[in-house]
Design a protein around this ligand. Structure first.
Ligand SMILES: [Zn+2]
Length: 618
């Protein structure tokens, strides 16, 4: 997934009793495991619900297990049946426990006779945390309603009753009905030529963890971008998206050259409406992506490299729990850099590595010690919270350090073999470390001590000798920024005409938190940053200008945060407003108007910022 909000979504302390293999799931995989899922669902736009059945194929591990325990959140369960080998159904008793704020409701199904399959008749609720429902007016083309899922981290349970833990993998098939003219897509092989007749079937033959279950439906057109890739998006967006993503086949080929064949068949990208709360989501065969990367010059295409990299790190080899999520995100951010280097050159790859390292240096000291560790103690860390800068940026920094110490050829050989050895399995940090010790450290002694490797993983902070890439262009920007702030260089004299998105991001990231108002006004007069269509630049510009006290940017800032639901790009602007009483009142009014267009996750995160600010004022 990319990218994450820079603040916690509310860390919830988990009870000790929940500390089994995966503290974020009620599932008991040592008793029984789901091996396959058959979904039969109707998309009901007027009621904002998915309605139908989930049939789970089971592998009973303990001959004495009395029950099947599943994860659910806000599901309405109508009936549960056991199915025997001949398909005969017997009603099963079930109990839905009271709703836990983070984990949802534990569903216990009495099944002492161990049926091979269990069928659950259910419907989702309009508030399902993993689904967003948009009216036609909330879409780009305003013709049909739109819906999409976001299952990572523990939101699949809000639309399918299942063992919602990344340690458990299953294959799935689905039959989905929808109104005519609506196209339905899922995290499985999709057919571009499928008739829009309201009746869709899907097959994902590879075992996947539940957080990679995905569905979307709406007014969706298709445009091919290569022999095994296409872009899916609303008709008015699809052409622009196909242009921005025209290098997709090149990216796939570059990754295959580094880490072996792409295992999933097709690599398609669905561009969602602007309310999608993340940058991208690596749903197998069909990446879900934010439209905020469609800036026209391919400068933010590293998002595709990131989601594509997950086809190896994350989807092929999966972190067994949310505490281990850096195995997905740190490895993926490293691989993303290698793909960028292979296709767009080392200058851009180094710039992106520096941006991420500098941002981490700034943020890590403000985090609790436990959250600064790659493999934290999961007690007290919510599943959504584990997706922090540490997992992405410290994780990839560790791998870049290993590459430097062992040499690129040796490190590449290990990483490629690691993906191969653990393909289609879910592993813990400790299993990865055992592999790394046996296959990288032991055969190549004297490159790095094992204690040093363990410090990267289990200690807070960033090791002192962590190597940083150099960038001549970033160095020049540092010098110009300093001269500009000192007053020896006018804003108009900045050599910014040719700056790409990353270079603007770097310039703005390292301004003082609350720069002098006069400096902000000079910058805007010279470079017209207010009103920028580039949301990466907009988020940084508005945050700094609001902090400097520049009221002239407020209305454009409000337009930015109303238009964009991607949390990473909208939350910092809310936070900047929330720092003063007048700003807070303005942001609250803006939120009241924009709320219906935001995803439930974005709503929760904004409400938390506003609530904290209001309490701070009392
Ligand atoms: Zn990711």
């Amino acid at each position: 997934m990319r990218a994450i909000p820079a603040l916690a979504l509310g860390a919830l302390v988990l009870p000790l009793s929940a500390l089994a293999a995966d503290p974020h799931s009620y599932a008991q995989p040592e008793q029984v495991r789901v091996t396959h899922l058959d979904l039969d669902l109707a998309i009901d736009f007027p009621h904002k619900a998915l309605d139908g059945t989930a049939t789970l194929s089971l592998d009973w591990k303990n001959p004495k297990a009395p029950a099947l325990v599943l994860d659910t959140r806000d599901l309405k369960i109508a009936k549960v049946e056991g199915l025997d080998a001949a398909g005969r159904a017997t009603a099963l008793k079930f109990a839905l426990a009271p709703r836990d704020k983070e984990l949802g409701s534990k569903l216990t199904i009495q099944a002492p006779k161990h049926p091979g399959k269990v069928r659950i008749v259910y419907a989702t609720s309009p508030q399902a945390s993993g689904l967003q429902w948009l009216t036609p007016a909330q879409t780009a083309d305003k013709k049909l309603p739109f819906m999409f899922s976001q299952s990572e981290s523990i939101h699949a349970r809000s639309w399918v009753p299942l063992q919602d833990s990344p340690a458990i993998r299953f294959t799935y098939k689905a039959h989905v009905t929808a109104p005519k003219d609506v196209r339905v897509v899922m995290s499985a092989l999709n057919e571009a030529t499928h008739p829009l007749d309201g009746d869709f079937r899907f097959d994902q033959p590879h075992p996947i963890p539940s957080y990679l279950l995905a569905i979307a439906a709406g007014d969706i057109a298709v445009k091919e971008t290569g022999p095994r890739s296409a872009v899916y998006a609303e008709p008015s967006v699809v052409g622009k998206a196909a242009h921005e993503f025209e290098d997709t086949e090149k990216l796939i080929e570059a990754t295959e050259k580094l880490y072996g064949p792409y295992a999933w068949g097709r690599y398609d990208i669905l561009v969602l409406p602007p309310s999608f709360p993340y940058g991208g989501m690596e749903n197998p065969d069909m990446t879900f992506a934010t439209p905020t990367v469609l800036v026209g010059d391919k400068s933010l295409v590293s998002l595709v490299s990131h989601e594509l990299a997950h086809s190896w790190s994350g989807n092929l080899v999966t972190a067994a729990s949310w505490r281990d999520i850096w195995l997905n995100e740190g490895f993926t951010t490293y691989v993303q850099g290698r793909i960028t280097e292979a296709v767009y050159g080392k200058t851009l790859a180094d710039e992106e590595a520096l941006l991420s390292a500098r941002a981490l240096q700034k943020s890590i000291g403000k985090m609790p010690e436990n959250s600064q560790k790659l493999a934290p103690d999961p007690r007290g860390v919510g599943a959504d919270d584990s997706l922090s800068d540490v997992a992405y940026d410290k994780g990839s920094w560790f791998l870049r350090t290993l590459e430097q110490r062992f040499g690129r050829a040796t490190f590449d050989q290990w990483l490629k073999a690691y993906f191969h050895r653990h393909a289609f399995t879910s592993i813990t940090t400790e299993q990865m470390l055992a592999d790394m010790k046996a296959h990288l450290f032991d055969p190549h002694p004297g490159k790095m001590s094992w204690d040093e490797a363990k410090a990267w993983v289990y200690e807070p902070g960033i090791p002192k000798d962590a190597p940083l890439p150099t960038s001549a262009r970033f160095q020049k920007i540092d010098e110009e920024r300093a001269s500009f702030l000192e007053g020896t260089l006018d804003a108009a004299q900045l050599d910014a005409k040719g700056w790409n998105t990353q270079e603007w991001m770097y310039f703005l990231d390292r301004l003082p938190d609350a720069p002098p108002l006069s400096k902000m006004k000079q910058l805007d007069a010279a470079w017209h940053l207010t009103g920028t269509p580039n949301a990466e630049i907009g988020m940084r510009w508005y945050s700094h200008a609001i902090a400097a006290g520049d009221r002239n940017v407020w209305e454009d800032a409000r337009e930015h945060m109303t238009r964009i639901g991607r949390m990473y790009l909208t939350l910092p602007v809310y936070k900047a407003f929330a720092a003063t009483p007048e700003g807070l009142a303005y942001a609250e009014a803006a939120y009241a108007k924009a709320k219906d267009g935001y995803h439930p996750m974005t709503q929760g995160a904004i409400e938390s910022i506003l609530r904290k600010a209001r309490q701070g004022k009392k």
